[in-house]
Design a protein around this ligand. Structure first.
Ligand SMILES: Nc1ncnc2c1ncn2[C@@H]1O[C@H](COP(=O)(O)OP(=O)(O)O)[C@@H](O)[C@H]1O
Ligand SMILES: [Mg+2]
Length: 158
């Protein structure tokens, strides 16, 4: 049985997508020929929430977590994203109200170093919006941290 492996050191490179698309196409072509296709996602990153839950069990303490959507379209929320958000909400998984929008300025930070505040408007567009986005994101992280610290205190006292 041939085994095809998808590997890349970079998360979000498209391994799972390339694998799912290939498996579906091969299964479609092999349907009438009795060819079975199996797909296994062995990437631990694909099951991050399960990993957190396993750690909670092992450490016997709650780990606060929240899902942050990144590279979102600043202008609209696509239906596919709304559906994912709905699925998370249904099972009680906390998601950030803000997201990290897809911006050239955030890519520039990775390419040039520094922070969004250090970027030059001559070189990169949309810096102001990236600065605002970075702030609201940090504010929400701080709020979430505060809430989780308070929760730990409450459970320690009660
Ligand atoms: N060809 C593509 N067209 C559109 N979106 C894509 C494509 N390839 C990947 N993506 C999107 O990029 C994101 C990361 O892809 P994914 O396959 O989950 O990466 P990996 O498994 O390498 O971490 C996903 O949201 C996926 O929907
Ligand atoms: Mg994957």
């Amino acid at each position: 049985m041939p085994v095809i492996v998808f590997a890349s050191s970079k998360g979000g490179a498209g391994k799972t997508t390339a694998c799912v698309i290939l498996a579906a196409e091969l299964a479609r072509q092999g349907k009438d020929k009795g060819i079975d296709i199996s797909l296994i996602d062995a990437d631990e990153a694909a099951r991050t929430i399960n990993l957190i839950r396993r750690q909670e069990k092992a450490l016997q303490r709650k780990i606060s977590y929240s899902v942050l959507f990144t590279r979102t379209n600043p202008a609209l929320i696509p239906r596919t994203l709304k559906a994912i958000m709905g699925d998370f909400k249904k099972v009680g998984i906390d998601i950030f109200r803000c997201s990290l929008t897809d911006r050239e300025a955030f890519r520039a930070v990775r390419s040039f170093g520094g922070t969004v505040n250090d970027l030059s408007p001559q070189e990169v567009s949309g810096i102001e919006k990236a600065v605002i986005n970075a702030k609201e994101y940090a504010e929400e992280v701080k709020r979430k941290l505060k809430d989780s610290i308070e929760e730990v205190r409450r459970s320690a006292n009660g």
